[in-house]
Design a protein. Structure first.
Length: 424
């Protein structure tokens, strides 16, 4: 699987085998051939009506923002102040965090997302609750915020560093060091926690160049901070703090200067692009702009798709794929195919997060993971993977339906979600 290659089997068998204590993909291919090679009678093998896909990876989202994803979004900074920060503050309460985590992680598995990179709130309570319910392929970090944010969400510098230490000591490399973004996280904190990340092989995630107003704001703030007076770009701030690197994922990265592209490429930093969150306000996004994947790919920068819940309005990666294709096509960027969107929503995410040896597609020997999603209409032309994805996604009457496209989710050979049949 790649940007340009996505193999479709119209009538296939996917075979899992319990091997060395785990369920692995043993074979995939045309049903007749596979059945013959195993000496099986096809009629005796259980069949399914839907389409089997690898589970999704969502490389940038905030699980603590699930309740604000539908709130009015006039602009990023206003939406954060009015809705997002007050909601995140509620996660200090362990009972609230526990209830929300249980419901959220069950819901995300129901949309077919089985791995990714996630922000929690500043509180240990929220991190503990998320780690309890999230499957192992999610890396999660508590957002660190020490300045330019409301008092009720502000950590002292030493508290933010202590929270990161608690994260790594308790959860090892499932913990992801997560300065919220340069305007809210003091550079001393970023420097200290970047060292912690490097020492322990942790991932780091933050936000970069999402909107022009944000860029102006951040450069204004750093022009008054000693050691940063001369920074010319947002990316340079992260570079000076040691945040860039092959285990770092920058959210958004829409408005990049040439020198920023060079810094990202040279440091092998990855990008999580969130098209449904960056979409025009009329499309329930924040109106931040369209990520230019071609300029990023030209420089060999790794990137994947992401929902950015709650900036993004829907959890389903089907919605994200749909938004990615339609926005790019509106701009005449026809390299934005559904196959590319699928690759960037599955294997590319697993590659960025260091899971691709055993996750991300149906290669033999990888974990026996799959989702079954609704079949395309019976009269649709589905000769290629591109046509099948177009016909599948085209069935949604409204975007909220994407959250119900998945019929079951299997991780490591175990069912973690099964849609209840409709009672007729
Ligand atoms: Zn975000």
């Amino acid at each position: 699987m790649s940007d340009t290659d996505c193999q479709l089997y119209q009538d296939a068998l996917l075979v899992g085998r319990f091997h060395g204590g785990e369920w692995l993909v043993d074979a995939i291919g045309p049903a007749k051939d596979i059945a013959t090679s195993y000496g099986w009678n096809l009629k005796e093998i259980p069949s399914c009506e839907g389409t089997l896909l690898p589970p999704f990876y969502d490389t940038h989202f905030h699980w603590v923002q699930d309740d604000v994803r539908q709130m009015p979004k006039a602009s990023l900074l206003e939406w954060l102040e009015r809705y997002t920060f007050p909601e995140e503050a509620r996660f200090e309460d362990p009972a609230y965090a526990e209830n929300k985590a249980k419901a959220f992680w069950s819901r995300i598995l129901g949309t077919g997302t089985a791995g990714g990179l996630c922000y929690s709130s500043i509180h240990d309570t929220a991190l503990d609750a998320a780690m309890k319910y999230a499957p192992p392929c999610f890396r999660i970090g508590g957002a660190m915020m020490t300045m330019n944010c409301p008092d009720f969400l502000r950590q002292r510098k030493r508290e933010a560093i202590a929270a990161a230490r608690y994260g790594v000591e308790t959860y090892g490399d499932r913990y992801c060091v997560s300065p919220r973004f340069a305007p809210t996280t003091h550079p001393e904190v970023m420097k200290e926690t970047a060292k912690l990340a490097n020492k322990n092989g942790l991932f780091q995630q933050t936000h970069l160049d999402e909107t022009r107003a944000e860029i102006e704001w951040v450069l204004g703030i750093y022009s008054d901070i000693a050691g940063f007076e001369d920074v010319e770009t947002y990316t340079e701030i992260y570079e000076r703090c040691g945040v860039l690197g092959p285990r770092t994922v920058m959210g958004h990265a829409i408005h990049l200067e040439e020198t920023e592209l060079e810094l990202l490429a040279r440091s092998d930093t990855a990008i999580a692009s969130c098209p449904s969150s960056n979409a025009p306000v009329d499309d329930d996004g924040l109106g931040s702009g369209l990520f230019n994947f071609e300029q990023v790919e030209e420089r060999g920068i790794r990137w994947a798709l992401a929902s950015d819940i709650g900036g993004g309005p829907y959890l389903s990666m089907f919605d994200v794929m749909s938004s990615f294709v339609s926005q790019n096509r509106d701009e005449g960027v026809f390299a934005a195919t559904y196959c590319k969107a699928l690759y960037r929503s599955t294997l590319a995410g697993a590659q960025i997060l260091g899971h691709a040896d055993h996750k991300g597609n149906f290669a033999t020997g990888k974990s026996f993971d799959f989702i079954e999603c609704i079949a395309p209409p019976s009269d649709a032309k589905c000769g290629t993977a591109e046509e099948l994805l177009l016909a599948t996604i085209g069935q949604a009457q409204n975007r909220s339906e994407f959250d119900n496209f998945v019929l079951r989710t299997i991780i490591d050979g175990q069912s973690v979600f099964e849609k209840e049949p409709l009672i007729s």
